[in-house]
Design a protein around this ligand. Structure first.
Ligand code: CU
Length: 183
């Protein structure tokens, strides 16, 4: 936690050479709780893949040239590849509550499985593979900023994100979700 905060604090000192706008950031850090209908920062729907008590941290850094999102997870299933994305809605007591993926340019056809829209430049993809301890993470950098209030969570999925026509953006079941008020 303190390390992540210091990373963001350092980034805030960076000043854009063009606009004079300082970079800004936020950190969300916590443990997954079993989805029991209560209000939690982070919930798991699969206690085998993402045990209650495992840790998650999401760091967002915004600047004049785009947005960088970092996901760190620890204590989940070891040696496994998970899909992960920024979603539009907050986490809820059911996996579907987090809504579709956030898209910079919205696909008029939802759910979006067209690679022209469902791709890692138009969405924020954070797929990761855990090590033998069950720790893993990913960084995504995109050349745009989130629309206020439209990106509200990171969802961890069953498997790596697919990219082909008709399947793009799909990553299997939603295993866990962490609330992040992206700005
Ligand atoms: Cu997703």
């Amino acid at each position: 936690m303190s390390l992540l905060i210091s990373v963001v604090a350092a980034s805030m000192a960076i000043v854009s050479p063009t606009g004079g706008m300082a970079a800004q950031g936020l950190v969300v850090d916590g443990r997954f709780s079993a989805a029991d209908g209560g209000t939690h920062r982070a919930v798991t729907f699969d206690g085998t893949a993402v045990p209650a008590g495992s840790r998650v941290a999401v760091t967002e850094r915004t600047s004049y040239d785009g947005t960088r999102v970092e996901l760190r997870i620890s204590g989940v299933q070891a040696n496994r590849t998970f899909g992960a994305h920024v979603h539009t809605q907050a986490c809820g007591s059911t996996p579907d509550a987090s809504g579709p993926h956030y898209q910079n340019v919205k696909d008029p056809k939802q759910p979006s499985t067209d690679p022209q829209y469902a791709n890692a430049q138009n969405e924020v993809w954070l797929d990761f593979t855990t090590d033998a301890r069950g720790d893993g993470g990913a960084v995504s950098t995109v050349q745009w900023s989130f629309r206020a209030g439209e990106a509200r969570s990171v969802v961890v999925h069953e498997h790596a994100t697919e990219t082909g026509p008709g399947h793009a953006g799909m990553a299997g079941a939603r295993l866990a979700c962490v609330n992040v008020p992206f700005e």
